[in-house]
Design a binder for this molecule. Structure first.
Ligand code: PEP
Length: 247
């Protein structure tokens, strides 16, 4: 029997203004009544403080942080700033940052280490492109990415891994349950080779076009401990069925 509680995390990406705080409140209300599932929302940085101020009991996260503690990094946000704004966690290594902002495994690892040091839990994303999957190299690529992005040391209760095939993000093209199970088993084995038995404590989330219709099947699969959800987390009407599927 797994001790891992299901974990459903919404990533609002570059969407949302204060007008959308009501959606977050509706999501938080159901989340607080669903005591078998952990739920978090990662709004854009501008909404972390207003959301945290309004929803004090709810888990709110950033979508990225800088790897440095502080300094001359115009436009960037530090882990300590997110924490000060009320965030409890941060996503690092999302493919939209790895690909769109040229973030290497080493940078992602440094961000994860900084976030943990500054009091934020971490969701570390990995995933392959369509070309890599079509070449039959997905498992090798993603496990190597994980090995190179993992912090040097960490508390397994404070780190979750999100497997997000790039070709499945925002496309409606969901990975098959078989492929997710195979990848999550490979990720678990990679973690075990690094930290031994504690690997069993780390939650492995799937991300990529998860919605109310496909969540139950994905969340029932072996080693799928939750979901990282983009588009379907923007409104309560779309996100709540995913939380309910996890319960
Ligand atoms: C994501 O942004 O992490 C994501 C999985 O997006 P979507 O659910 O829209 O595919």
């Amino acid at each position: 029997m797994s001790e891992r509680r299901k974990y459903i995390v919404g990533n609002w990406k570059m969407n949302g203004t204060r007008d959308d705080l009501g959606e977050a409140a509706a999501i938080a209300e159901v989340a607080s009544a669903t005591d078998t599932v952990d739920v978090a929302l990662c709004p854009p940085a501008t909404l972390v403080a207003p959301m945290a101020d309004r929803l004090a009991e709810f888990s709110i996260g950033g979508q990225d942080c800088h790897h440095a503690e502080a300094g001359a990094y115009t436009g960037s946000i530090s882990a300590a700033m997110l924490r000060d704004a009320g965030a409890r966690l941060v996503i690092v290594g999302h493919s939209e940052r790895r690909e769109g902002c040229g973030e290497s495994d080493a940078i992602v690892r440094a961000k994860a280490e900084r976030a943990l040091a500054d009091g934020l839990d971490v969701i570390l994303c990995v995933g392959e492109s369509k070309a890599i999957r079509d070449a039959g190299d997905a498992e090798r690529h993603v496990t190597a990415q994980l090995a190179a992005s993992l912090p040097a040391s960490f508390d397994s209760a404070r780190l979750a891994i999100a497997y997000e095939p790039i070709w499945a993000i925002g496309t409606g093209d969901v990975a098959t349950v078989e492929d997710v199970v195979a990848m999550h088993a490979a990720l678990r084995a990679t973690l075990a080779s690094r930290i031994g038995d504690d690997a069993a404590k780390i939650r492995l989330l799937y991300g990529g076009s998860v919605n109310g219709a496909n969540a139950a099947e994905l969340l029932a699969a072996a080693n799928v401990d939750g979901a990282l959800v983009g588009g379907a987390s923007l409104t309560a009407v779309k996100f709540l069925p995913i939380i309910e599927a996890a319960a």
